[in-house]
Design a protein around this ligand. Sequence first.
Ligand code: ATP
Length: 248
Amino acid sequence: MSALLSIRDLRKAYGALAVTDGISLDVPEGELHAIIGPNGAGKTTLIHQLSGSLKSDSGSVHFAGEDITRLPMVARVRRGLARSFQITSILEGFTVLENAATAVQARSGSSFRFFGPAAAERALNDAAMETLSRVGIADRAHRRAGDLSHGEKRQLEIAIALATGAKMLLLDEPLAGTGHEEGAVLVELMRQLKSTHTVVLIEHDMEAVFALADRVSVLVYGRLIATGDAATVRADPEVRAAYLGEEA
Ligand SMILES: Nc1ncnc2c1ncn2[C@@H]1O[C@H](COP(=O)(O)OP(=O)(O)OP(=O)(O)O)[C@@H](O)[C@H]1O
């Protein structure tokens, strides 16, 4: 099977509440796959299960052909599965460049020690600058991360995920709390990421989802009720009834 991410019958319950209730999904390499659903549907819980920050009760997750179901988050990041947090992972007192450089270093381990200390720092900073350019905030490199605008912080979070060397990005509501202009910048960034990365995107902004996603899955009460391209999902009667309602 050629799916980069393969989820089978994944479950997580809190007491009697089945939050993810038997989710199966294949995400092929190069796809931007959006997961939408009403509040409380289980989207963030699913992302926690995929990133390794939450243990699943049962089911399996394969990434690049390997069973990662029981691997901790750090091991998943090393394999190329990185999450950009809904709640920020940025070190606010550090500069933007330092934040990105820390992620590059985490990826590279001791490999930069091959150079002398000064050259190692240069190489590390160069790699960090490259990711900042990629997300469009290179001109903010020497600012304190805490002083960035809300949208720029989201860009930095994506830079941090990229700097870890990720093949797949798990993006949890990157547009939440952004204004119109900031949102447009992030949508354009995600459009560009599509050419190089596989993405699982959780997002409430339907306009962005339908503009960006190759395929969309709809999660309702912990179950996927539909998966398909935007037009198919939009037209699905169950989706219209359960989720999109009058908006559709
Ligand atoms: N640690 C927990 N203990 C108990 N219940 C939890 C826990 N985490 C989540 N839940 C419940 O699981 C359900 C799904 O939550 P989750 O945050 O995954 O939904 P979501 O689809 O991401 O929602 P939103 O769109 O509002 O972010 C909710 O009913 C929530 O109250």
